[in-house]
Ligand binder design. Sequence first.
Ligand SMILES: NC(=O)c1ccc[n+]([C@@H]2O[C@H](COP(=O)([O-])OP(=O)(O)OC[C@H]3O[C@@H](n4cnc5c(N)ncnc54)[C@H](O)[C@@H]3O)[C@@H](O)[C@H]2O)c1
Length: 370
Amino acid sequence: MSAPTGSPAGHGTTVRHRIAAVPADGVGTEVVAAGRRVLDALAERSGGAFALDWTELDWGSDHYARTGLMMPEDGLETLRGFDAIYFGAVGWPTVPDHVSLWGLRLKVCQGFDQWANVRPVTFYPGVTSPLRKADDTELDWVVVRENSEGEYAGFGGQNFGAREGTGQVAVQSAVFTETGCERIIRFAFDLARTRSRAKVSSVTKSNAQQYGMVLWDQVFAAVAADYPDVETESVLVDAMSAKFVLRPEDLSVVVASNLQADILSDLGSALAGSLGLASSANLNPEGRFPSMFEPVHGSAPDIAGQGVANPVGAIESGALMLEHLGLPEAARTLHAAVERTLADGVMTRDVGGTASTDEVVEAIVARLGG
Ligand SMILES: NC(=O)c1ccc[n+]([C@@H]2O[C@H](COP(=O)([O-])OP(=O)(O)OC[C@H]3O[C@@H](n4cnc5c(N)ncnc54)[C@H](O)[C@@H]3O)[C@@H](O)[C@H]2O)c1
């Protein structure tokens, strides 16, 4: 956080937060611009309590086309000085997906040890869910994703291309460490204690993956013993996908590995109405590095440039960022304005509306005042 300065309103001091905006590709640029407008409007209305000092970095697939790199060599050094990173999405048809993801987003998550990825599954008033029970049941859960190792550890290789007759062979190893499992599982338990239902559901596929996921199960049982007040269950990932659809009212905090939580959280946001609604925080909980806030969705090349992207996931990621910056009241104000906007029927076409991205932003800004 930067040094406080005198507030324009003349009372108290303005706490200035330095934010790096990395819109990157496709609709990432549209939803980051939308989120910045709402966050700036909120800062303006704070009466000088806080301000956001933005630095926009033009990294992504265009940067790759110009330089051969998704971000500069010293990109992490550049980001290190910021209080938070506000991210859009990476990926464009001109760059192989594994190159764009590993060259930017995963580089930041891994380089800054953002080991906890928090992905709320939020059901909004006015948004139709494909789940019939959402009409008369309170549904609200959070997927906590291990974000530093597991299936996305990046260990493996591809070889034998030159060997006649056999074709290439690829090995992709998942890495599970006791430390990595324990810190994310403890995080999930601590989060569960802050929620109306203190329950953690642990997800694995340890019947089939008998090493890493068995270690996860063992660590889960050991950590659970330290939280006797928190309900627990261990569910295989295939059964958990069914449970998301059939018994979601039984969920509060769902903790899972990097890949499994990635998939489950997309299922959750689809059940809530659209991928465009889902927000996320990539946290380095120790605060050694800046944390990163981004919508769950990708760059959506199929709708990019049309002005119709749903900005809610990015805007709610801004609310998660405000909470992280120690501004919970501003975060609540923002969330309430989003809820009122959707309840009033102002929404983009992915959730059945007709509004453009800009119209949703204007409606949210108009509702910030209460
Ligand atoms: N975090 C990230 O940066 C991230 C995440 C997922 C995918 N990707 C990348 O994004 C690119 C496209 O991937 P994809 O098509 O599998 O996933 P995607 O999330 O971009 O799109 C999936 C579907 O959801 C829709 N959608 C996504 N965001 C939306 C929004 N804000 N409003 C309305 N509809 C929205 C799209 O139109 C599409 O039909 C790929 O290059 C992929 O690697 C990046």
